[in-house]
Design a protein around this ligand. Structure first.
Ligand SMILES: Nc1ncnc2c1ncn2[C@@H]1O[C@H](COP(=O)(O)OP(=O)(O)OP(=O)(O)O)[C@@H](O)[C@H]1O
Ligand SMILES: [Mg+2]
Length: 491
């Protein structure tokens, strides 16, 4: 335990600090300790109270039976001695005194007129007793009653007429149950001590158990912290419980994804550097070869400078592409949505690309199935479609064709860009939308391009909450299908 910036902190065995400002009831270990303790305490207390209760009722029952017995015996003796007529019998009086002494009680003899003719306490002699038990006993029934609050048992026993079946009087005995109460208290005290000791043992066991139970969770937390701090790339394997196994699996999946993202980020950076360096290297070679020679002819200067200018253009194009990708990565913030006539826009795009197509003698055909007006960002949408059509021209054979069609349903509009070009091998189709990915690097270099066009097109389409799909057969041609909602859905 130590003080950190004026606050008490406890460090547990696994070195995970518990701060007092944390809500203690939210601490899993504390909750487990509490649950285990309660699970032990409740049955212990129930057993203690149960035993005390059982003892009390059993002891009272036995005492009552014993007194009842004594009273029955004595009431027979009373008959024999004609005690109801004359209470001076020494034998009976001695019996009565003995009874009261043994049981720490009081005995009263009541005659048929409900008058107390003998009271071992000599308090109520001559008085009339009309209590319920006495009256019921006069009808020939023995009664008993336990007064728990005042700690006594009251027993009545009828005194029968000599030789008859008439009730001549009642013998009423009340005995103290103080000793039962004392035993009950002793039971509670001893039981309480035992429960206390059991609780201390249970507390130790529960701390141990709770510690063991939360350890896998701390293990997971530790592993996650290690990953956050960056010095571990181990997979997590905590299969103590089904839940921790599932958590580990979920964590490993997430870690896998993070690693993948990290790898693709690294690859992206190295690709960017490489792509930016290539034109630089060419420029350097061109410039050096001019500098190294003396009396360089003007024609050569012009040729080399022309090449340098081309490389600068290329560098510029890469940077422009990268910037437009970065801009689109910053999600919808920069999107400028307007209602646009898509038919007109497509015609404009194709018109702009016609000169490139004509160079290869590629025929561009446009087909509109219906007029389409949609909410799009004109600039980004143009970028996406231009890249698709540009590719369709670039990766085409001379005298080939490009077929662009526009259609719509009640929710989306669809643009298909089909070509009669070289096609994309099946294995590459999944990667062509990745930044800098090019199918045949040597061929692509010949054709020119950085592998950013489709990444840009995809980002632009996704910004419009749309989708882009490719279908291609090598040697036959490629079809890109773009689907975009007619009405822009804000995030
Ligand atoms: N219509 C197509 N037919 C055949 N291959 C294609 C087609 N479109 C794309 N590709 C392949 O996918 C790769 C990636 O295309 P992408 O447009 O991203 O890059 P690029 O055209 O090489 O360069 P950039 O467009 O950045 O100038 C291309 O290099 C090419 O190999
Ligand atoms: Mg391209």
């Amino acid at each position: 335990m130590y003080i950190q910036s004026g606050e008490w902190v406890i460090i547990s065995r696994d070195r995970r600090p518990f701060r007092f400002r944390d809500n203690i009831f939210k601490n899993m270990r504390f909750r487990l300790i509490l649950i285990i303790m309660l699970a032990g305490l409740v049955p212990c207390l129930a057993a203690l109270f149960g035993i005390a209760k059982f003892y009390e009722s059993r002891a009272v029952e036995l005492r009552t039976a014993e007194i009842q017995n004594q009273c029955t015996i004595l009431s027979n003796q009373l008959n024999n001695y004609g005690y109801l007529a004359d209470t001076s019998s020494d034998v009976i009086n001695a019996y009565l005194t003995q009874l009261t002494n043994i049981y720490n009680g009081r005995v009263m003899i009541i005659d048929r007129d409900l008058t107390v003719i003998k009271d071992t306490y000599s308090l109520d002699e001559g008085k009339t007793d009309v209590s319920e038990n006495v009256v019921r006993c006069m009808q020939g029934k023995t009664t008993n009653y336990y007064d728990r609050k005042n700690h006594y048992i009251e027993v009545t026993s009828p005194i029968m007429e000599a030789g008859g079946d008439q009730v001549a009087g009642v013998m009423l005995a009340s005995v103290s149950t103080d000793n039962i109460e004392v035993t009950r208290q002793v039971l509670y005290t001893h039981g309480g001590v035992i429960v206390g000791i059991a609780m201390i043992l249970l507390a130790a066991v529960s701390v141990f158990l709770a510690d063991r139970m939360v350890r896998p969770i701390h293990k997971i937390t530790g592993a996650i912290e290690n990953v956050t701090e960056g010095y571990s790339d181990d997979v997590l394997h905590v299969d103590t419980y089904t839940e921790t196994r599932q958590l580990s699996e979920a964590f490993n999946k997430m870690l896998g994804r993070l690693k993948l993202l990290d790898e693709s980020r690294e690859e992206f950076v190295s690709n960017v550097s490489h792509e930016l360096k290539t034109p630089m290297t060419s420029m350097k070679v061109l410039a050096d070869s001019l500098l190294e020679q003396e009396n360089v002819p003007v024609e050569m200067y012009q040729e080399f400078m022309g090449d340098i200018a081309k490389e600068i253009d290329r560098e510029n194009q890469i940077i422009t592409d990268l910037l437009s990708l970065v801009k689109m990565d910053k999600t919808g913030q920069t999107i400028n949505i307007q209602s646009v006539n898509v038919n007109d826009l497509l015609e404009q795009i194709l018109k702009r690309l016609k000169p490139i197509a004509e160079k290869k003698n590629v025929e561009i055909v446009m087909e509109s199935f219906r007029p389409v007006t949609a909410e799009v960002d004109e600039m980004k949408f143009t970028l996406a479609i231009s890249n698709l059509v540009e590719n369709a021209i670039k990766y085409n054979h001379d005298n080939g064709w490009v077929h662009v069609s526009l259609n719509a349903d009640h929710k989306y509009f669809f643009i298909k860009v089909e070509d009669s070009g070289i096609g994309i091998p099946e294995a590459d189709q999944a990667h062509i939308f990745e930044r800098f990915y090019r199918v045949d690097k040597s061929h692509s270099r010949e054709i020119g391009g950085t592998g950013l066009g489709l990444a840009i097109a995809r980002s632009a389409v996704i910004m419009h909450r749309g989708s882009i799909k490719v279908h291609s057969t090598e040697g036959e041609g490629t079809t890109f299908t773009v689907r975009i909602p007619l009405i822009y859905v804000a995030a």
